[in-house]
Design a protein around this ligand. Structure first.
Ligand code: SF4
Ligand code: SF4
Ligand SMILES: [Zn+2]
Length: 438
């Protein structure tokens, strides 16, 4: 039985496990743990990978996972840096969307039937195809643990895309990842293959090197016009030395971003934030993204300690609420914690997101002009949604009819339309900032 954070200490403190005399018994008293048991879940042993039970515990307004592998012993790690938010965000949860078809059947149980299998609680809202395992970098922090290995053929990628369409109908987004997808000799064909299947957003996850150096490749990108999910961790040499093993790579990244801006392609920059390395650069990254013409969004990723990574303390790792707090501290009020809302898909504590109007340098986070809390909430136990009217032409003003309707109703009884995003006006851009667990 796992004793959690301090159960063992507490029991030692009250003298369990030793012979007690009469006077000892009189002195003994029970004490409470310094944590609250929140829920039981399943996890895997980080050492031997066997599936084991895990407890979610709350202490000092933080969320921890505690688990014990019968072979490898106990493990404890920080999961979420704000327990209050972790609990209250469950109200954003919503019924999962069922895919048109599944990829596998249930045979051995989760996680061995990955597929998606019929036990999965959500459809695939984002398809990621790893087209190769090789990379033109060798980052010390690389959850793909990239190294030479496989390289998919066009036929294989087409088969995967066909399967994605079979299970999702009309997928919204696919990302080609790796390794480094831009060094795959057929990457432009892959982008075309996805576009031919009517997938709206085709993205390349890239470190930017080939874009910075290869004029012919830039021309090919201009022809097929994908979007980019672009590794960008900050501005300091030390940041890039520790995370990427290349202290002087900033200049190349800036060049790649400028070249993408020149041909009008859109970029989401993706900073990996590691405790003690680049957390102080978050504000500067936000300012830079607001200014740069190619950048439409930032996805901050707390460093993910799988694959290849530096030694770390699992009890002090960076989590989403930490990033949101740092954004507030380092942007001088441009963004504050209350501007961020959980994304119900895949699970509310996996992503926090905000959108903003950026007009003539003025930044207006969307949650300050619409009541996102009233207009997005559903509940697991009561699948109902607040009705929304669409935006008026004069601006993104939102009104609810005040009645609750079943989430599934496409046309609510009040006759008003469901949520539709207001269009950005001229010279106004949408900017998104997401902090996401991977
Ligand atoms: S598809 Fe989902 S439910 Fe099925 S095995 Fe994979 S993670 Fe588990
Ligand atoms: S993190 Fe990305 S750029 Fe770095 S080695 Fe891994 S795949 Fe390559
Ligand atoms: Zn184990």
């Amino acid at each position: 039985m796992n004793q959690g954070i301090s159960g063992v200490d507490a029991k030692q403190a009250i003298g369990l496990g030793r012979d007690a005399g009469v006077s000892d018994i009189a002195d003994r008293h029970r004490v409470d743990s310094d944590y609250v048991f929140h829920e039981l879940t399943r996890s895997i042993c980080p050492a031997c990978r066997r599936v084991i039970d895990a407890k979610i515990l709350l202490r000092d307004n933080k969320v921890y996972m505690s688990k014990r592998c019968p072979r490898c012993g106990p493990f404890m790690s920080l999961v979420y840096g704000d327990a209050e938010a972790y609990i209250s965000f469950t109200r954003y949860n919503k019924p999962g969307t069922i895919p048109l078809a599944y990829g596998t059947q249930i045979e051995r149980g989760c996680p061995h039937d990955c597929g998606l299998c019929p036990d999965h609680e959500q459809h695939a809202c984002l398809g990621i195809i790893e087209v190769n395992s090789a990379c033109d970098m060798d980052c010390p922090l690389c959850f793909a643990d990239a190294e030479p290995g496989f390289s998919l053929t066009l036929e294989e990628v087409e088969q995967m895309l066909d399967d994605y369409v079979r299970t999702e109908g009309r997928p919204e987004v696919v990302q080609f990842s790796g390794g480094e997808p831009t060094i795959h000799p057929r990457i432009i064909d892959f982008v075309r293959a996805a576009q031919a299947r009517d997938i709206r957003f085709v993205m390349l996850n890239t470190n930017g090197k080939r874009i910075a150096r290869d004029d012919r490749f830039l021309q090919q990108l201009n022809d097929v016009r994908p979007a980019f999910y672009f590794q960008f961790d900050g501005f300091e040499r030390e940041t890039y030395r520790i995370l990427r093993g290349e202290p002087d790579i900033l200049e190349e990244k800036l060049r790649a971003l400028d070249r993408l801006a020149q041909i009008g392609l859109n970029v989401t920059i993706v900073p990996a934030i590691e405790r003690g390395v680049n957390e102080h650069e978050i504000g500067r990254i936000v300012e830079f993204a607001i200014e740069h013409p190619a950048i439409r969004g930032i996805t901050f990723q707390p460093a993910f300690h799988a694959g290849r990574h530096m030694p770390h303390d699992p009890m002090r790792r960076m989590t989403i609420p930490d990033i949101v707090r740092l954004i507030e501290e380092q942007t001088g009020g441009k963004f504050v914690a209350s501007d961020f809302v959980p994304v119900p898909c895949c699970f509310p504590t996996c992503n926090s997101v905000t959108y903003a109007f950026v007009e003539n340098g003025r930044v207006t986070p969307l949650p300050r002009i619409i009541n996102v809390n009233d207009s997005t909430i559903t509940s697991t136990t009561s699948p109902i949604a607040l009705c929304r009217t669409s935006a008026t032409k004069s601006g993104p003003h939102w009104k609810a009819c005040g009645r609750r309707h079943r989430w599934q109703d496409r046309k609510p009884p009040c006759g008003k339309s469901q949520f539709r995003a207001p269009r950005a006006r001229s010279r106004t851009t949408w900017q998104s900032i997401t902090s996401q667990r991977t």
